[in-house]
Write a protein that binds this ligand. Structure first.
Ligand code: GAP
Length: 515
């Protein structure tokens, strides 16, 4: 059995081999934590984005979309707090000249202790077999208790240091724990410093007095600064939401786990503007709706959990993450935050503009409160990919790699194949494909044996393979082979479109969200 780490490596390799994700500018050896989506990746990503966009805007008549620019007036980021506080604590190793996030080094150390505990548990499980009581073992085994105590003490010290952003204490923890640089193996560390995650560039020529501007680190601020525009031109009444999909940029110090932590990534965010005092009710509403959106894809309900934040940002009064079980553990895919009126008030203060809502029912004006839902497209892509990737042993000793993607997200919905490259079969297959292509993303394949062609489609998650054989010319039926079961049916051409539509149509999925 492959370990989770090995499986993850295989998924990354599969993404490259089958045109889902490539390292950016690979011919120049790539660029750290920047990736390009290939011919299949972009289709799947677009399907994810469409599912989100339609669930948020079509299903909610009070949610509208915008597409704001990436460049924004620099004061935006002063007002939002990103210039002063969007920092990570970094530390350098003087020997390897490598830079690390101090918090990640310590979290890795915590992870190592957890690993030791898990090893003890696994050893005992093997020893005791069926009668093994894991909970009891964790509570009573001396070695486990010793490790656990160490973990608790370190975790407490680390949390305190992070909450206070005590950089000296973070360094001291690294020294006390004898954490070494993974490259040089030494403990020759610099002091811990704050590092701002925003990328900056200059706008205008130097002669004109160039202005330092930032590449947005979140799409949310493009929504906040357009609150008045949308509310007025759309005659929106509170409660209402503004949704946006777009690129965001963060100069992540530790970028790893493939598209999980990137320096250029994409977010799907919605800010929902509400009456002050109703925020906890709306927070709960969006929390449940967003979880339903995830679960409706059928990746497995047990792979999701909420992680409520104990420590809240000073402007937030509730926050939770939707975590997904990746091969490297439960990880945040989406954040849902109750942000009070912090952002709008800050923009009002810094711009000098009145940013309020006149509530005709109350006959008074107020600064709306906000519930935010924020999901990373790339993390969503990764969670779908990780749950879809399967290696199967088949009867007769054969094996296959199949992506059991939800059909609505699959990049290609159907592949049309002539059984042989003669006797008019390619022409008939082309005719079928030319008819299907207006409704579904369809491909055509006539190379290699039919078995090889099936495997190629399995590997990119195509739900239907449609084979045209000699009988098709007389009976107008095709052989449809299903990706997951590998079973085959003879289907009349007149039924084909309806059959594919039923499986790949987004409407039933969207309907299931509002039931
Ligand atoms: N506007 C709120 C906000 O940006 P966040 O928790 O920093 O909140 C929201 O980010 C989501 O964006 C995360 O849940 C994650 O899915 C995605 N995300 C954040 N940083 C990322 C990165 N470096 N690479 C890929 N996705 C990222």
């Amino acid at each position: 059995m492959a370990t989770q780490e090995e499986t993850f490596k295989k998924i990354v390799a599969h993404c490259k081999e089958y045109g889902f994700v490539f390292p950016s500018s690979e011919i120049y050896d790539g660029l750290g934590a920047v990736y390009d989506y290939g011919q299949n990746g972009v289709e799947m990503k677009n399907n994810i984005k469409r599912y989100w966009w339609e669930a948020m805007t079509l299903l909610h008549e009070n949610v509208v979309g915008i597409d704001a620019a990436i460049f924004m007036h620099p004061t935006t980021w002063k007002a939002s707090g990103h210039v002063d506080a969007f920092n990570d604590p970094l530390i350098d190793n003087r020997d390897s000249k490598k830079r690390y996030r101090a918090d990640v080094l310590i979290e890795d150390q915590l992870g190592k202790i957890e690993e030791k505990i898990n090893k003890e548990v696994e050893k005992a499980r093997k020893r005791f077999g069926e009668s093994f009581d894991e909970a009891m073992f964790r509570q009573t085994n001396a070695r486990v208790l010793e490790h656990q105590e160490k973990w608790n003490a370190l975790h407490e010290r680390y949390s305190k240091a992070m909450n206070a952003m005590d950089l000296d204490e973070l360094k001291q923890i690294i020294l006390d724990e004898e954490i070494v640089c993974p490259i040089s193996g030494t403990r020759n560390w610099t002091d811990v410093r704050q590092f701002n995650l925003m990328f900056s560039t200059e706008m205008g020529s130097t002669a004109d007095g160039a202005m330092k501007i930032y590449l947005r680190p979140e799409t949310a601020q493009g929504i906040f600064v357009n609150y008045l525009n949308v509310q007025k031109t759309g005659r929106m009444k509170i409660p209402f939401g503004i949704a946006q999909i777009g690129k965001a940029f963060r100069n992540e110090i530790v970028a790893r786990q493939f598209v999980f932590r990137m320096r250029e990534f994409e977010q799907m965010e919605m800010q929902f503007f509400i009456k002050p005092g109703t925020e906890l009710e709306w927070f709960e509403h969006w929390k449940q709706f967003r979880l339903r959106w995830h679960k409706a894809l059928g990746l497995g309900d047990e792979k999701y959990r909420f992680h409520d934040h104990e420590k809240l940002a000073h402007y937030a009064n509730a926050a939770t993450d939707i975590e997904f079980l990746m091969p490297f553990g439960f990880k945040e895919v989406e954040g849902i935050h109750s942000r009070t009126n912090f952002d709008l008030s800050q923009h009002a203060k810094y711009s000098g503009k009145k940013i309020e809502y006149f509530d005709p029912e109350l006959n008074q004006s107020y600064t709306p409160y906000v519930i935010e839902t924020s999901i990373g497209v790339d993390r969503m892509f990764l969670s779908v990919m990780c749950s879809a990737y399967k290696e199967e042993q088949l009867e007769g000793g054969d094996s296959r790699v199949v992506l059991s993607l939800p059909p609505v997200l699959a990049p290609v919905k159907a592949c049309v194949m002539p059984l042989v490259r003669k006797d008019g079969l390619p022409e008939k297959a082309r005719e079928i494909m030319d008819d299907l292509k207006f409704d579904f993303h369809t491909t055509y394949d006539e190379k290699d044996s039919i078995g090889k062609r099936y495997r190629r489609q399995d590997a990119i998650g195509t739900p239907f393979c449609i084979t045209v054989d000699h009988d098709t010319l007389s009976d107008n039926c095709v052989t449809v082979r299903y990706r997951d079961t590998m079973e085959q049916d003879r289907v009349p051409l007149t039924e084909l479109k309806k059959m594919i539509a039923e499986a790949v149509d987004m409407k039933p999925l969207l309907r299931s969200l509002v039931k």
